[in-house]
Each structure stands twice: as C-alpha cells, then as structure tokens.
Design a protein around this ligand. Structure first.
Ligand code: 5AD
Ligand code: SF4
Length: 465
C-alpha cells in the first residue's frame, strides 16, 4: 500500500487506550471481560465499535489481551486471501489449549464466508456471526451466556441495518457513522456483496439525529461510511439525495469536518462536487477507486464504467472551485490483464495524478465471478507490476506533496509523539501533517500549520500561532 493518507495508528495509541479502558455502566455487575481484535476496512473498525458498545452495555469490560479475556472476538476481513488467513492463524494459537472457560467468536466477513466450516477447522470456536446478522448479536450472546455451546448468525437476506445507541467510539474527535450497508454492485473480484449482503440505507432522519448527538458529545468530524457510500438511497419519505445529506450533516452545529468513503464512480454525480464547493465543512477529498486503467479489464471486472467515463468524473472533480484531493484503489494482475492493459493503468496514474493509491495484487476469492476465470497472471508478475505501479505513484505523490511546501493548512490534531513538541493530524484533504509546536496541549484542536517539508506519504510543518 502506498498512500499519504495513513496516519500511523501509533500516533493515536494514547487515545485508543483511554477509550478502551471505558468502564461498563455498573462496575459491580461485571459479567465478563472481552478482547476484540479487528482486521480490515473502516467499516469493520466501526462495526467493532458497535460490538464493543453492545458488550459494555451488557456489563462486559474490555481488556487488551486474549489471555485476560473470558470472551475473545475476532472481527475479520476476507477481501483478499492473506487477510482471511490471518484469523485462522489467530485461532490456531488456541489449538491444544483447552479454552479454559473462554468463549471464542469469529465475526465479520470470514465468519460469513466460511460459516459453520469454522467450527470444523477450529472446534474451540463457539460463535460465528457475519456482519449482516449483527442485529442478532445480543440474542446470540444471551444464548452463550445461558450455556449454549455453539451459536451462529449467518443470514444475509436482510433489509435491516446494524444501528445501536451504545457505540463505543475509539477516536474522541472523529466519529464513523454507517449510512449504507452491504453492496448491490457485482464487481467480478469482490466478496463484499456476498459477505455483507444487499445494500440497505439508513433513514436520513436517524442519521441526522445521530450527527447532532455526536456534535453534542464533542465530536467535530464525522466520517460517513458505506461500501458504496454515494449509492445512498434514503428509505424515508424525505428521499434525501446523498449530496443533500452531505450538506445537512455539514450544517449540524459543532460539526467542522465531514468525510465520506468509499464512492463508486458510476454513482458519483455533479451535485456531490457542487455540495463540496458549497460547504467548507465538506472535506476536500474524494476516494474514487478506479481498479484499472484499461476499459477492457474494467469490462471483465464488471465495474460498469469505461476509462473515459471515469476520466470524465475526474475532470468534474478537478473543475471544482477549490482543489479536491483524489485517492484510489487499484488491482494488478486481474485475470486476462495483459502488459498493454497494465500500461494503461500506469498511464491513467500519470493522467489523474492521484494524491494517494491503495494497490493490491488480484487475489481469487470464493463465490466471485473471477474465481471461474483463469488466474492468468503469475504471482511473480503480479508482484512486478505492483512494484512498478507503487514506485510510479510514489513519485507522483512526492511531486504533489512537494508543491505544498510553504502553504498553510488547517489540521485536526489527533496524535502526540513521545518526542517533545511533536504533533500529528490530518488536513481537510486527508494528508497526514506532522508538525512542531511549543503548545502544551493541542489534541482535538484545529490549528494552522505551515508545510516546511514533504515526503511521498506525509507532510512536515510548523504551527502558525
Ligand atoms: N483481490 C485484490 N484486491 C481486491 N479488492 C477487492 N477485492 C479484491 C481481490 N479479490 C480491493 C479493491 C477494493 C479494495 C477495498 O480492495 O481495490 O477497492
Ligand atoms: Fe466490492 Fe465492487 Fe461493491 Fe466495492 S462496489 S464493495 S469493489 S462489489
């Protein structure tokens, strides 16, 4: 992966610790302890925040190691094979050790994908629950607490979203908020429609009322989440368009930044750019996965747009009144990707000039259309293409970031280094900016920072007091 958009989570460790130590509502009624490890995307991270909220409300206390926990949960990712394997290596650590009264559970995409097969591979597991069934979690937990040996939640056939009043958020300033779950697209390589079920949107009223509550609690940044966030379809009578929802969230008193991810190019319409132009709280960053620069491969991927149509969306974003940074996802070595197709991806990178790109080797996944296609690009060749692409993108990012030296940006301060006077945060364009300031306390504040130096993945600057 190469992106200017990753803040080292270490920078946030202090923050995480503080919130992880959150106590259950009534210390006298501690029912047990839980350890929860999360793999994968922001959707998974946010699901874990909701699961933690449910557990804390039931009287569980969160601990930082599986050894100290009576309930061990892994919230898993199956987007690529390597990610899916991780959970089995975690589960393998319990092999041969009688579980000592521990309940071990697998949540998320691997749970959905492997289902009861997990009990065969790791018989010490008691709970298997996919994300489309999280509504059932409290009921499943009750059954375990009553002594049931094995419970599952594996339906994807649902029109419900997983909403809870008791989400335990990790970051005290930025709140994730799911507005649409699941995915109705059918990209040939992707397990998500299978593991997260069909698209279902949350009503605009319920989203806006939660945003107001978050602002009252002191959150100043909201990040709206969905696998295809801009395919949002308000199920309520108001029928708010996605761009109207963005503007309404940005209007909430106390909210200073609104982000949204991930956007699908097909549903990326001009009114979204107009909204960003119209409201300064809407951050100047769009994540718009292209996957490949070759129209031929886009077609076999079933991405529903051509290279030219995608470039049309980019031109629309570049036409905004303020500069909007653009990031993307790319897959190399999709079945049938010839050298000429790969070169089209490289030329697309040059043409678009992304500010960040997450790039991956194609990984065949169960239940996907691409599984039936010959995985024609050798592993070594995938690796070669990935390296070339990442090197080219690194140069682009270096140049783009170097052009920012001397400019001043507003930063939400989210991390403090162990080193004296060193702070870190994100700009509205989602760049990581590390800076020095003599101030003693800046966490959670918005400050002006002048960029003095730039690397491909982050900026360095000084606080303009
Ligand atoms: N192999 C490789 N990368 C994948 N992605 C999704 N499925 C696969 C797969 N089977 C990538 C896409 C997507 C990102 C979240 O993960 O680029 O946008
Ligand atoms: Fe997967 Fe495509 Fe849906 Fe994104 S839009 S989650 S890549 S199927």
């Amino acid at each position: 992966m190469s992106s200017a958009f990753d803040i080292g989570l270490e920078a946030l460790t202090g923050v995480r610790r503080a919130s992880q130590a959150a106590a259950p509502p009534n210390e006298n009624a501690v029912r047990g302890t839980f350890f929860l490890e999360t793999f994968g995307c922001q959707m998974n991270e946010h699901d874990s925040e909701k699961v933690a909220g449910v557990l804390l409300a039931r009287g569980y206390r969160q601990v930082e190691s599986p050894e100290a926990a009576s309930l061990v949960l892994y919230n898993t990712c199956s987007i690529r094979e390597k990610a899916a394997q991780k959970v089995f290596s975690r589960l393998g650590e319990f092999r041969g050790k009688p579980s000592e009264g521990k309940i071990i559970g697998v949540l998320g995409c691997v749970a959905q994908q492997e289902g009861e097969e997990i009990f065969t591979r790791a018989p010490w597991v008691s709970l298997v629950c996919g994300s489309a069934s999280y509504r059932k979690l409290p009921e499943l937990l009750s059954q375990l607490e009553e002594g049931r040996h094995r419970v599952t939640g594996l339906d994807t056939d649902t029109d419900e979203t997983f909403e809870t009043e008791i989400t335990r958020r990790d970051n005290p300033w930025r709140a994730y908020l799911t507005i649409i779950e699941g995915c109705d697209k059918a990209c040939a390589y992707c397990v998500v429609p299978y593991t997260r079920g069909p698209e279902r949107s949350r009503s605009s009223e319920s989203i806006l009322s939660e945003v107001r509550k978050l602002a009252e609690l002191g959150y100043t940044e909201v990040q709206l989440l969905g696998q295809t966030v801009n395919s949002y379809a308000d199920p309520s009578r108001r029928k708010m368009r996605f761009s109207e929802l963005l503007l309404s969230v940005a209007e909430a008193p106390g909210i200073r930044r609104v982000r949204f991810t991930t956007s699908h190019p097909r549903d990326f319409t001009p009114d979204i750019v107009e909204a960003i132009d119209a409201h300064p709280a809407l951050c100047d960053h769009v994540h718009l996965p292209v996957q490949t620069g070759s129209t031929r491969v886009l077609r076999t991927m079933q991405r529903t747009y051509t290279r030219e149509e995608y470039l049309g969306k980019i031109a629309m974003i570049r036409g905004a009144r303020r500069p909007i940074s653009i990031t993307t996802d790319i897959i190399v070595g999709f079945p049938g990707e010839a050298e000429a197709d790969f070169n089209e991806t490289l030329s697309l990178l040059d043409e678009v000039q992304y500010d960040g790109a997450f790039s991956f080797k194609f990984s065949p996944r169960p239940n996907t259309l691409a599984l039936s296609m010959a995985d024609s690009v050798a592993e070594e060749e995938k690796g070669r293409r990935l390296m070339i692409l990442q090197e080219q993108q690194r140069k682009i990012q270096s140049q783009r970031n170097a052009a920012l030296v001397g400019q001043t940006f507003e930063v939400l301060v989210e991390g403090k280094s162990r080193r004296e006077n060193q702070w870190a945060g994100h700009t509205s364009s989602n760049r990581v900016l590390n800076f020095i300031s003599p101030e003693r306390e800046l966490l959670g504040q918005y400050v002006q920072v002048r960029v003095t130096n730039a690397g491909p993945n982050s900026l360095v600057g000084e606080h303009v007091c």
